[in-house]
Write a protein that binds this ligand. Structure first.
Ligand code: CA
Length: 217
C-alpha cells in the first residue's frame, strides 16, 4: 500500500515524497498524466495525490478515466486561481482538493481524514450476492435464506467471492488471501474447497473460469 504522487514539478513532487515518507507512507511518483494514469490503473494505491495541470493528460481527465475502473481515493492539488477546475475535479470523482500553496500539516490532515473515511466505508459487515448472504463478524452464511454451517476456510473462500460480486477471482489471489500463500503454489486445494462449497450449497452459482479462477454467476 502506497501513495502515488502525480505532479510534474519535480521539486514539489520530491518534497511531497520526502514529507510523506517521513510520516510513514510509501510513495511512488509519476511526472505526467499519462504515466500517472498507467500507474494508478496497474497498482492498488492507498491514495493518489493528483496535480491538476499536467503534461499529456491533465488531472481532470486522469481522474475521469481512473473512475471508470477504480475507486482509489484522490486528493486533487489545484492552484489558487483554478476554482472552476476544482469544481470539475469533484464532478469527475476526486474525493477532496487542496489549493496550492498549502501547509504540509494541512495535506497530512486531509490524507488522514480521507483514509479514515475510506476505511470506515470498507468495514462493511454484511455482503449479499444473489441468494447468498454473509455476515462477516458473526461468521454466518446463508443460502436461499437458510443458514449453512461452513468451516473457517470455506467461509473465507466464499466471502472473498461474494465481496468480488461476480468478478473473476484468480486462483493465486484466492491462495494468497484465504490461505496466505504467496507465489506459485501447485496445489488443487482451492478446487477441493470449491467442491465442498458446491456440496454444502446445492446449486450455488460458483463458475469455474478455466485457467483463471472462479466467480459467482
Ligand atoms: Ca503542474
Amino acid at each position: 500500500m502506497a501513495i502515488l504522487i502525480v505532479e510534474d514539478e519535480k521539486n514539489m513532487s520530491n518534497l511531497l515524497k520526502l514529507e510523506l515518507t517521513h510520516s510513514g507512507y510509501q510513495c511512488d511518483q509519476a511526472f505526467d498524466g499519462e504515466d500517472g494514469l498507467k500507474k494508478s490503473l496497474e497498482n492498488d494505491y492507498e491514495l493518489i495525490l493528483l496535480d491538476l495541470m499536467l503534461p499529456r493528460i491533465n488531472g481532470i481527465e486522469l481522474c475521469r478515466q481512473l473512475r471508470e475502473k477504480k475507486q482509489t481515493p484522490v486528493i486533487m492539488l489545484t492552484a489558487r486561481d483554478e476554482v472552476m477546475d476544482k469544481v470539475n475535479g469533484l464532478q469527475v470523482g476526486a474525493d477532496d482538493y487542496l489549493a496550492k500553496p498549502f501547509a504540509m500539516e494541512e495535506l497530512l490532515a486531509r490524507i488522514n481524514a480521507l483514509l479514515r473515511r475510506v476505511n470506515m466505508q470498507n468495514k462493511v459487515n454484511e455482503y449479499v450476492y444473489g441468494q447468498i448472504k454473509m455476515i462477516i463478524d458473526k461468521r454466518q452464511a446463508f443460502y436461499q435464506e437458510r443458514e449453512v454451517t461452513l468451516t473457517t476456510t470455506e467461509f473465507d473462500l466464499l466471502a472473498l467471492l461474494v465481496k468480488n460480486g461476480g468478478k473473476v477471482v484468480s486462483r493465486n489471489d484466492i491462495l494468497d488471501q484465504v490461505w496466505g500463500y504467496d507465489g506459485d503454489v501447485s496445489t488443487n486445494v482451492v478446487e477441493v474447497y470449491i467442491r465442498y462449497l458446491r456440496n454444502k450449497m446445492k446449486g450455488i452459482p460458483i463458475e469455474t473460469v478455466r485457467g483463471v479462477g472462479y466467480r459467482l454467476g
